[in-house]
Write a protein that binds this ligand. Structure first.
Ligand code: ZN
Ligand code: ZN
Length: 459
């Protein structure tokens, strides 16, 4: 049941209980309904940052412009204690030349982009025979040294899913294949993009090389170009496929990045705050609308909407983390800097802008009453009560490090990997109605948490 603020105030006045033991006189549901009908704050953020800043590669001058823009936006939007908290990080940039060309037996160019952490081929490129692996496991099974002087090509299978779980299955092709191939002597690795679209857009993203294995050039082919290469293997009758690969990324050494923070200050500063997070950086090839301009817009809008129905009991702190994409540098720096300042609960939005369909917490058993209250409050937005244990997103390392409460609000990921880390990650892909549903759900959840007097995760 929802009560209008006046009716609730009358009820409170009539009660014999002291004011401090009563629930706070705020109608969070009304704020969430308002957000569903008419939120403009989230859209304003994501339209603004994608238009006025655009791509925001971690650690670069472009990310700095993004942080400056976010600081100004947070101040203008009425947040307190706005700051850009600096930290140092190693910075990788993609460079200018991204080319793959089949020299024989079927000469033609293929569309490729480097993976984050890729080494450079040098401006003259490298030419080598390509060896095909259908899966990362097949690559793992290749004998030591068998790829000496070769370019490894690694495929995989990935289908769209609501929960995005196929990313965990297919993602290894991007995360570890280049390192495995390099350890077996490969001079470079080319993968089928980890994505589900049919555009000629490669999906970038970070890759990694194990300790003691020197990074090699590594790139992702668009899905149609990967399919073309696979047909070449079928039609080559065993004749070697030779590729010229030119990728010119650079390491810039150590640069300064930062975490942008801002607060809706609560009535009781002695209570640990609610931390809502997203990341401000994006890859260079898109404008970072889905990943993760939308997330920053959603969490900041929710904090503002909660405050429209009364100052919350707890402070709501917005963390727009820097440098998520290239290795969670911002998330780790934030945790290191604030580890001694307890937070009540952490939540992150970093999975696009499509509707929230599931709520999970890590306190279903430790605080069943609060879990049930949140679950029942978001049901009217079509959000189910999931059965898993929330583990939180990349930008809330501090919640995991402090072993505190975590909530996951899962977004529909059916089309997320059509856009993820591609030039297609642009504002026009965001559906304003689904964006408002996100803000409404977040307003409801953050509003309950920020007005909860008891510990979210009792010790
Ligand atoms: Zn992201
Ligand atoms: Zn990303």
């Amino acid at each position: 049941m929802k009560l209008a603020p006046l009716a609730l105030a009358a009820l409170l006045a009539a009660s014999s209980l002291s004011a401090t033991t009563l629930p706070p006189p705020v109608d969070v549901g009304a704020a969430a309904d308002m957000a569903l009908d008419s939120d403009t704050i989230a859209w304003d953020f994501v339209e603004g940052i994608t238009t006025e800043v655009g791509p925001r590669q971690a650690g670069t001058e472009a990310e700095k412009r993004g942080r400056d823009w976010a600081v100004a936006w947070l101040k203008r939007t009425g947040f307190a204690n706005v700051a850009d908290e600096p930290y140092q990080m190693p910075t990788w940039v993609p460079g200018e030349v991204h080319k793959a060309e089949i020299l024989s037996p079927f000469p033609q160019p293929l569309v490729i982009q480097p993976l984050g952490g890729s080494a450079s081929t040098g401006p003259d490129g490298i030419t080598a025979e390509v060896v095909e692996f259908e899966t990362v496991d097949a690559l793992r099974a290749a004998p030591a040294g068998s790829l000496a002087g070769k370019i490894a090509y690694v495929s995989h299978s990935m289908t769209p899913t609501q929960d995005g779980s196929q990313y965990g299955f297919a993602g290894a092709a991007r995360w570890v294949a280049a390192g495995i191939a390099a350890s077996k002597g490969a001079v470079a690795t080319v993968i089928k993009s980890v994505g589900t679209d049919y555009h000629r857009n490669p999906h970038t993203g970070g890759t990694s090389f194990p300790e003691g294995v020197a990074p090699t050039p590594a790139g992702a082919l668009s899905l149609p170009d990967a399919a073309n290469l696979e047909r070449m293997f079928d039609r080559a009758n065993g004749e070697p496929i030779r590729m010229k690969l030119t990728l010119t990324p650079r390491d810039l050494g150590t640069t300064t990045s930062g975490n942008v923070v801002g607060e809706i200050v609560g009535r009781d500063p002695s209570l640990p705050p609610v931390l809502v997070a997203c990341h401000i950086d994006s890859w260079w090839n898109g404008t970072g609308a889905f990943d993760d301009g939308a997330g920053c817009g959603i969490v900041a809008a929710a904090a503002k909407h909660v405050a429209t129905v009364g100052q919350p009991l707890r402070t709501i702190r917005v963390l727009m983390a820097g440098a998520e994409e290239t290795g969670l540098w911002g998330s780790r720096a934030y945790s290191a800097a604030h580890i001694d300042e307890p937070i009540a609960v952490g939540l992150e939005s970093d999975f696009g802008a499509d509707r929230v369909w599931q709520f999970e917490s890590n306190f279903r058993e430790a605080n069943p009453d609060l879990h049930a209250r949140v679950a029942s409050a978001v049901a009217r937005f079509g959000v189910s009560n999931g059965t898993g244990i929330a583990s939180g997103g990349a930008d809330i390392n501090i919640a995991r490090d402090q072993k505190t409460a975590i909530i996951d609000l899962s977004q529909d990921g059916t089309r997320y990997f059509d856009l993820h880390h591609t030039p297609d990650d642009t504002l026009d892909k965001i559906d304003p109605e689904q964006l408002r549903q996100n803000v409404a759900v977040w307003t409801q959840v953050v509003g309950i948490l920020a007005n909860e007097p008891e510990p979210i995760l009792p010790r």
